[in-house]
Design a protein around this ligand. Structure first.
Ligand SMILES: Cc1cc2nc3c(=O)[nH]c(=O)nc-3n(C[C@H](O)[C@H](O)[C@H](O)COP(=O)(O)OP(=O)(O)OC[C@H]3O[C@@H](n4cnc5c(N)ncnc54)[C@H](O)[C@@H]3O)c2cc1C
Length: 384
């Protein structure tokens, strides 16, 4: 069955490259990353060597300029093996893409070559200890200081915090202006006044290197403003819409692995004189998982297609995909584990790692409830 009919030949080639990369470079190491808490910079650099750090950077700026449908497929292939590492790669790729599209020539020259080679890693700093879903309420302040700016505040739950060198920091320049006062600054992690906080201990996904940063009288030059007040918050939401499609795709990848692993195991495992795959109860569990995988994938592909076509319905489609795909991934991975009995519970198989990551996928880039806020608003608007 051709699952990539919506992609061009060159996009298919990149998806295939990602599949091989995941198999050869990620699969042997991913279980260990979770145990040692390693944030695998070497693997990021290997990804860069095969073009996986410039996915959404236009070709004229040194990237491969993929559409979101193709980027989502790349993420699906990589996440079939592990979610944390490619999630960090998506954040890095998205910042590189944003600098290419929105940055000045000077910013592109200073940051892009190192980011494309993964010599320097990017991060997206919106969330704070006191503010998550209600992102327009961020408290980190940017105050004018002569020609430049001074940042004060704290950021939390930042993917790539452990390894990041280039921080895209969202900060409020004028509290009274609400979201319109928010600007985005490119802050180099070694800038005086930047403190990298300890990495978080989480349920899973540690290869994403999640942690926080504190900014204390951190001076930033005007040349490091990436997005001005008025533009920054809109751009952040646009980036999050894209990430929703990519996270939905990642969940398709993880669930695919869960179903395939459980089916293969049940075909070998014997109980009461037959393969456990012969028990109808288990067959139906896997059949339901397969239907949900199809549904998640169709929602995800459609959201990507609408996005790439510039359709104004794309954010709503992304919300549906981001709600549905992590939800069924979490529920059906648990069923796949059940099909395998005790074996599925061991880290010898990837199901437990993926199950923890599916929970993470329900929170990142807008929780399930926030997707419902988007969907409900659209329903009410349509109803007049
Ligand atoms: C592993 C991981 C990586 C992350 N990486 C990044 C990153 O790189 N950069 C970054 O900026 N952020 C990042 N985040 C933060 C993420 O975007 C936030 O966690 C998310 O937006 C939710 O915010 P919160 O956790 O503060 O929950 P809260 O906003 O405190 O919400 C708590 C609960 O209330 C619900 N809720 C909130 N508002 C509503 C509403 N209007 N209606 C109904 N229910 C509501 C939520 O759904 C949730 O169940 C990451 C998070 C995780 C877990």
């Amino acid at each position: 069955m051709d699952m990539d009919g919506h992609l061009s030949e060159s996009e298919r080639a990149i998806v295939e490259r990602a599949r091989i990369f995941a198999r050869d470079e990620m699969a042997p190491k991913a279980p260990g990353w979770e145990v040692t808490r390693e944030v695998p910079l070497e693997t990021a650099r290997a990804a860069a060597e095969v073009g996986l750090c410039g996915l959404v950077v236009p070709e004229e700026h040194g990237g491969i300029g993929l559409g979101i449908s193709a980027m989502a497929r790349v993420m699906e292939e990589m996440s079939a093996v592990d979610f944390g590492f490619p999630f960090g790669m998506v954040v890095h790729n998205n910042l590189a893409g944003s600098i290419a599209r929105n940055g000045t020539d000077d910013q592109r020259q200073r940051f892009l070559p190192d980011m494309l080679a993964a010599r320097r890693i990017g991060a997206f700093l919106l969330t704070e200890p006191g503010v998550g879903s209600d992102a327009a309420a961020i408290a980190t302040q940017a105050e004018r200081d002569g020609e430049g700016w001074v940042l004060n505040g704290e950021k939390a739950w930042i993917t790539n915090a452990v390894t990041a060198d280039i921080l895209s920091v969202y900060a409020q320049t004028d509290k009274a202006a609400g979201w319109r006062g928010i600007a985005c600054f490119l802050v180099e992690a070694e800038t005086p006044g930047v403190e990298r906080l300890l990495a978080y201990e989480m349920m899973g996904g540690h290869a994403a290197g999640v942690g926080g940063f504190r900014f204390e009288n951190c001076r930033i030059s005007e040349a490091n403003v990436l997005l001005a007040p008025g533009d920054a918050f809109k751009a952040a939401l646009h980036g999050i819409d894209i990430a929703r499609i990519v996270v939905a795709a990642a969940c398709c990848g993880m669930l695919r692995t869960g179903i395939d692993t459980a089916l293969e195991y049940a075909t070998q495992r014997r109980a009461f004189g037959q393969a456990t795959a012969e028990f109808q109860g288990l067959q139906w569990m896997l059949a339901d998982a397969e239907t949900d995988w199809w549904a998640a994938r169709l929602l995800t592909v459609e959201a990507g297609r609408l996005h790439d076509a510039g359709d104004p319905g794309a954010p709503l489609a992304a919300a549906h995909a981001k709600k549905f795909s992590p939800r069924v991934c979490l529920a059906r991975l648990a069923d796949c584990m059940q099909v395998m009995g005790a074996a599925g519970y061991r880290h010898d198989y990837p199901l437990a790692r993926h199950l923890a990551a599916a929970k993470m996928a329900q929170i990142v880039d807008g929780t399930t409830e926030i997707q419902n806020v988007v969907i409900s608003r659209a329903m009410q608007k349509a109803a007049g």
